[in-house]
Design a protein around this ligand. Structure first.
Ligand code: ZN
Length: 335
């Protein structure tokens, strides 16, 4: 059975209000939807509600400077978690994190993902007192925001293959060992096993997905890198954002990257496909409201962008998507 390490976490249904009623004065950093869902259930209202919107360092530092000396509560998706982490860390204020969707592992990682000049940089060192995972809050979100939550676990599928490739090419900075794929495999086996529960939004499925995120967050800190979890699928995702000037749900974008990259890495495309199918994660372009042109332009720009951005060595730097037909690329997604 899979056993996770990581931050203190509490699982349950309708448990957010009790925590908020118990933390004393607090500033809430959030998005509007989850707070709408919780607001009337909470007696102890926040002294200020701040909408998470900007992940540039200059904005976050200005924000951290002006908040009062109270408990910080993050409520929402990745950007609310990252904003709350930054304010907590800069000011050393107590922190409670309440993810409203199981989208990414931001509530379980120490660093904030800042957006600077088209790229992502990781900085900070946040440790929350408690992370609250409330199944009812999750289930109040649109279904696709839950099923997209597999992306940052599924990314292990392509990432470990990239890491091994880097090792074989003499381009690994992180000391790859032959036993390392076992880490990613344990995550992927557990993900495959709990995927139907994620699709059905059962307590068990949601808890197990979050336990995966918790352990991955812990391991990133232990290893001081995320090589087992971040590779060519993420580099495609960053390129997509650069090329299109927009983004979609992170987990769905990364899952697209896993499908395409696994196919052309020659790395068990069917295995990745099967997990996505079981979890009910959206992958067809029409469902994602992404155009064929956006995918083709992005995937064909990934190699040069990855080299320019000095990403870790991966298949993203070597696969020549110009020589692969539109049809072969698009068939990875439209099944
Ligand atoms: Zn990610």
């Amino acid at each position: 059975m899979f056993k996770a390490n990581g931050f203190n976490v509490q699982y349950g249904s309708n448990i957010c209000a009790d925590r908020l009623n118990a933390v004393g004065d607090y500033v809430l950093i959030t998005h509007l939807e989850p707070w709408q869902f919780l607001k009337d259930k909470v007696k102890n209202q926040p002294i200020e509600v701040i909408e998470a919107k900007d992940l540039s360092k200059s904005y976050l530092d200005a924000l951290a400077k002006r908040v009062p000396n109270v408990h910080i509560v993050g409520l929402g998706g990745g950007s609310a978690m990252d904003t709350a982490k930054w304010v907590h860390w800069r000011r050393q204020l107590p922190l409670t994190q309440i993810p409203s969707i199981p989208s990414v592992d931001a509530c379980f990682t120490r660093m904030s993902a800042l957006r600077e000049q088209g790229g992502v940089i990781y900085e900070g060192d946040a440790v929350p007192e408690l992370v609250i995972v409330d199944y009812e809050l999750f289930r109040s979100a649109p279904k696709a925001m839950i099923t997209s939550g597999i992306g940052d676990v599924l990314s292990c599928h392509t990432a470990w293959f990239d890491w091994k490739y880097a090792h074989e090419q003499g381009k690994d900075e992180f000391g790859w060992k032959p036993s390392d794929p076992a880490i990613s495999k344990a995550y992927l086996d557990e993900l495959a096993d709990c995927a139907p529960g994620i699709k059905e939004q059962t307590d068990d499925g949601l808890r197990r997905l979050m336990e995966l995120h918790r352990d991955i967050g812990w391991r990133c800190h232990e290893l001081k890198h995320a090589r087992f979890e971040e590779g060519s699928e993420h580099f495609f995702a960053y390129t997509f954002e650069e090329v299109t000037g927009r983004t979609i749900a992170h987990g769905e974008l990364v899952s697209m990257g896993v499908l395409i990259m696994s196919k052309f890495q020659g790395n068990d495309f069917e295995g990745a496909q099967s997990i996505i199918e079981k979890a009910g994660t959206r992958h067809r372009l029409a469902d994602l409201k992404v155009s064929e042109d956006e995918v083709l332009k992005s995937i064909r720009r990934t190699r040069s962008f990855s080299i320019e951005q000095n990403h870790w060595f991966s298949y993203a730097k070597t696969i020549d998507f110009d020589s692969i037909s539109d049809k072969d690329i698009l068939s990875c997604l439209n099944w």
